[in-house]
Design a protein around this ligand. Sequence first.
Ligand SMILES: [Ca+2]
Ligand SMILES: [Ca+2]
Length: 301
Amino acid sequence: MKKFLGAIIIMTLLVILCIPVSAVQTVSYNMPKAYEAPKIDGIIDPEEWANALVIEFKPRDPNIWLCIGDINDFEGATFYLMWADEGIYFAASVTDTSAPANVPVYGNGSYNGGDAIQFNIFAARDISGAGLGDTLFFSCHPKTDTGQAAVGEHFVYGDGGSGKDVPGAIVDSVMNGNSYTIEGLLPRTAFGDLNNFPIIIQSGTKFYMNCIVMYQDDATQGLVGDNEYFDGAVANEYVLVDTIAGKVPPPVVEEVEEAVTLPAEIAPTPRVPQTSNMLAGAIILVLGSAGVITYVSKKKR
Ligand SMILES: [Ca+2]
Ligand SMILES: [Ca+2]
């Protein structure tokens, strides 16, 4: 109960502190389907993320939603999204030149701090807040205290605010100073099977989500989102579509047989039906004899 109250207090503080840089419009995105799963190694290979849905956070963009921190400290990020039968694949490239004062402990599921990315997801427009069972809130951390990346969820699998690691999630990252690239899978079980959420990862499914970047400079935490969060009514809409993205096999080149006209002298002899063989032989014999007779007759002259 104490932890649940803690979550409510944190949520309330965030809601109070969140302000839009300007009025933010909701957007409807189509999320394409990965033909082939990206290799989750933290390296965003252009081929494996080709045609993925791209969400770009530009520094000092008036269309991003500032929660806490100084918008001038935010340095930019790009998110990539695809879905597949196994869940939602995500990647992000985040520019960040400031070191956080501390990093989360690997394995305890509570990654809501430091430099990381987050996804706040609602099954319907009329869901808001962070109550248990109402909201999915994933934190995808590129570097915990062991150096390993991790994925946790705060409010549904968690016990009211401390969070838990997401079963079946896959994640890896590559650090470049404090900047990083991160790739991962939010498994389909995290959306429907474990918490009775009505989000089934399949073609045509629709949900509402905000992409979030946490950027921490020493002990000062900043948060930006692509829209207001903790409120499905103003989250962006995502529709899972069958458009293919990701790495696809090279197109198959069909071999086309060209009709070739052979010179007369090497053209195949038309096949003579078996039943006519004897007759044909007789005709050839007669014609051949005629040729010999003609030749002899010419010599005589
Ligand atoms: Ca990769
Ligand atoms: Ca930072």
